[in-house]
Design a protein around this ligand. Structure first.
Ligand code: PLP
Length: 492
């Protein structure tokens, strides 16, 4: 410590935009960026009844995968159990619950079982998450993959985001550490790497092949970064993809695992959309890794895999409850201990969120009283998503200069747009990227809020936008179509 007198600050605020953490300033997260903020302003204007000020009468938040903001109803079983967890006094009136409120006996039984373990959802749980929940997660993974899973390898998290932050914090040692990230990608990854001042090593996905992984691209990105002195330590895979809406084939998954085994890379498998699959089949990285380890134990024995899941997506859509988990496979025990310490510093993930994780992985089974309603709700949400995805895709197919892969998974479409040179010039003159200009114009004209492709990354000279297909109805799809026609006419 210096012996000189402490430096006197000038009067006024301690913090200013030039002296705060520059990594925070460098991080970008377009999903809730300028266009989303503007859409909130429009929503406020409409809420104040000033409809004549805008050319639309509702704002459609197609920028974010937030199902219940867009009218997806919560699954009844989850919320009934959660209500009892929040207010256990209700359990003293089972007759009212059953006879007047139509709570089924399995709702009551589940609430009692969870409460017996966590005692109160107002209490901290174990840092790694409540044992009863981790046991259910492990059983779910076993049933899904046909391979054992151990509750001690499961870490519950505040959404998958909490898990990603934990893992990247531990993986990235310093500014030379690099992580291969798909482009386009969900910007949580680039933003977190920015915050950690670590290196994002981008690899492009193949749009023409349904946004699949291309091993040549991954190889080249790895080579280039390594040659530049980056210590590439991990590879992120998002399957099904965001923003791409793709579902990887078994070959793709195998290819990535082989590459990771050869190069010595940790795999971060972001599988939050595992039940949002419309074409093909979801294959977990864990299952394919175990298959490969059986076929070639020597080659795959050291592979380290962390796979993540969440209650925010799928038919659950409980984003606001912040629940998720990651499973660690093949990590060194001492590293696991540090991961444990890291999560302990945050004390524990939200306990209601943990309970919803438990219900997601262990929903009512056939023959149980809540099963029929659960199934009806689940299937209804799935069919609704599929219908809207197809309607949106059909609309995009008809739009001039728009090309869109068919939706095979997740909640998004990510069409590419060939923007006329005049539009590109106009965007430049306004100091915007062309896709930002397009998405902003769309918002101003229609009230539909999307995210420009640059927020996820795209090849130079290509332009995209991402929209969810969560919003109810199809009126907003029509709004996009007619906006696009006028836009093209204006700039053609
Ligand atoms: C690919 C992907 N991973 C992770 C997340 C984070 O989800 P949460 O933190 O709500 O679980 C999202 C959210 O949209 C996502 O799309």
């Amino acid at each position: 410590m210096s012996s000189s007198a402490p430096q006197q600050r000038p009067p006024g605020k301690v913090l200013n935009i030039n002296n705060i953490n520059s990594s925070v300033k460098a991080a970008k997260y377009a999903v809730r960026g300028e266009i989303a903020i503007k859409s909130d302003e429009y929503r406020d204007i409409l809420a104040r009844g000033q409809k004549d000020k805008l050319p639309f009468d509702s704002v459609i938040s197609a920028n974010i995968g937030n199902p219940q903001q867009l009218d997806q109803k919560p699954i009844t079983f989850f919320r009934q159990v959660a209500s009892l967890l929040e207010n256990p006094l209700l359990l003293e009136h089972e007759d009212v619950l059953v006879n007047s409120l139509d709570y089924k006996p399995d709702v009551i039984a589940r609430a009692k079982k969870l409460l017996a373990d966590v005692q109160s959802v107002g209490a901290y749980s174990q840092s790694q998450g409540a044992p009863i929940v981790r046991e259910s997660v492990a059983r779910f993974i076993e049933e899904r993959d046909g391979y054992p899973s151990d509750p001690k390898d499961i870490f519950l998290s505040a959404g998958a985001s909490g898990g990603v932050s934990t893992l990247l914090n531990v993986i990235c040692a310093d500014s030379s550490s690099g992580v291969l990230v798909p482009i386009p990608q969900y910007p949580l990854y680039t933003a977190t790497l920015s915050l950690l001042n670590a290196q994002c090593v981008p690899y492009y996905l193949e749009e023409a092949q349904g946004w699949s992984t291309n091993l040549k691209e991954i190889h080249a990105a790895h080579e280039k970064a390594s040659a530049n002195g980056t210590d590439v330590r991990a590879i992120v895979i998002i399957n099904p993809g965001n923003p791409t809406g793709s579902t990887l084939t078994a070959e793709d998954v195998r290819g990535v695992l082989e590459f990771a085994a050869e190069k010595g890379l940790v795999i971060l498998a972001d599988e939050v959309y595992q039940t949002n699959v419309f074409e093909g089949e979801f294959l977990s990285f864990k299952r394919v890794l175990r298959d490969l380890q059986k076929e070639n134990p020597e080659k795959f024995k050291h592979v380290e895999l962390a796979s993540l899941h969440s209650i925010s997506k799928g038919m659950v859509g409980e984003c606001g409850h912040r629940g998720g988990y990651f499973e660690l496979v093949g990590f060194d025990d001492a590293v696991v201990q540090e991961i444990y310490k890291f999560v302990s510093i945050q004390l524990c993930p939200p306990v209601i969120g943990q309970a919803i994780v438990e219900m997601m992985v262990n929903p009512p089974r056939e023959g149980e009283p809540s099963f029929e309603l659960y199934k009806t709700e689940h299937v209804g949400i799935y069919q609704g998503l599929l219908k809207r995805a197809k309607a949106l895709h059909e609309a995009f197919k008809k739009m001039e200069g728009v090309d869109c892969q068919s939706p095979t998974g997740s909640m998004y479409l990510f069409p590419t747009i060939s923007l006329p040179p005049k539009a590109i010039e106009q965007a430049k003159s306004e100091g915007r990227t062309p896709d930002e200009f397009y998405a902003l114009r769309m918002l101003d004209a229609t009230g539909v809020c999307t995210v420009p492709g640059s927020g996820f990354g795209q090849r130079p000279g290509e332009y995209h936008f991402r929209t969810t297909f969560l919003a109810p109805g199809t009126d907003w799809v029509g709004r996009i179509v007619s906006f696009h026609e006028k836009f093209m006419d204006e700039f053609r």
